[in-house]
Design a protein around this ligand. Structure first.
Ligand SMILES: [Zn+2]
Length: 273
């Protein structure tokens, strides 16, 4: 964490980003789609390509985009409660929630973290927990204000087992879908669960691989296993963190449709329809 970052800087920086994102919109010019923990920002880019204002934020883009800073959270919650947000996508980091770690930080019995972690492991866990709590705050705010919210994590992520999530996952307005990334153009299968609140049908994301034992039904070739490093030295898991473009387009299309439908419904109500 960069200790030189001041709250005022964060607030001013986000304010500027907000204004400049809106200024580029062709449709719904006063509303902004948000991609949080956005990585390379492909969901936001897809919404922009459709003519909407969209903003992806990620700490790797700037220390001022540190989602764990209280000023950052308050700014996002302020945007949501002011009615300026059209829909939210959360790419909450899965690194501490995965069952694939050599030394898992969590178990099914201890989804919030094993009690016997070393200080170094605990630091990692704590960032994972805080990122998750940030996501819960944002989802609850979206629910309060009738804004569509979506979050993704691997299908086997222990995040889905967190007791803090149970109530939200069991709400009537909550729906989920499992997407296999190979069906969206990736060479890996990567089964990903998307959970949504206040969002209509998720059919664009409902694509699963039907290939037999390691083979992909789309390419008829074996899936690429996400273990070890790619030729450039980067871990395959970190390369696969970026969504395939078709997946990002599908996610953006769902958020856009949800928002447009709500606006048409509100308009027809006002017209007495
Ligand atoms: Zn496949």
């Amino acid at each position: 964490m960069n200790h030189l970052v001041q709250g005022g800087d964060v607030s001013a920086y986000l304010g500027k980003k907000f204004v400049s994102s809106l200024s580029r919109a062709v449709r719904l010019k006063s509303l902004l789609f948000l991609e949080l923990f956005g990585g390379c920002g492909r969901v936001a880019a897809s919404a922009q390509a459709m003519g909407y204002a969209a903003l992806s934020l990620d700490i790797n883009a700037s220390p001022l985009e540190n989602h764990l800073s209280p000023v950052f959270l308050n700014k996002i919650l302020g945007w949501i409660s002011s009615g300026a947000i059209a829909g939210v996508w959360l790419g909450t980091p899965c690194s501490t929630w995965t069952r694939a770690l050599r030394v898992p930080l969590r178990t099914e019995q201890h989804p919030d973290g094993r009690p016997d972690l070393s200080p170094d492991q605990f630091r990692k866990l704590d960032i994972g927990n805080k990122s998750f709590l940030f996501s819960l705050h944002v989802i609850r705010a979206c629910l309060r204000h009738g804004i569509g919210a979506m979050i993704e994590n691997p299908q086997t992520s222990l995040m889905w087992s967190s007791p803090h999530f149970h109530k939200l996952l069991n709400l009537k307005s909550s729906t989920s879908v499992v997407s296999h990334m190979c069906q969206f153009g990736a060479p890996w299968r990567k089964a990903t669960r998307v959970q949504a609140w206040g969002v209509g049908e998720l059919w664009e994301l409902a694509k699963k691989c039907g290939g037999p034992r390691g083979f992909c039904s789309r390419t008829l070739r074996p899936h690429l296993e996400l273990t070890g490093r790619a030729p450039g030295g980067k871990h395959w898991t970190s390369i696969a963190a970026a969504y395939p473009d078709a997946f990002a387009r599908a996610a953006a299309a769902i958020l856009v449709r949800t928002c447009e439908n709500k606006r048409s419904l509100a308009l027809s109500r006002r017209m007495g329809g």
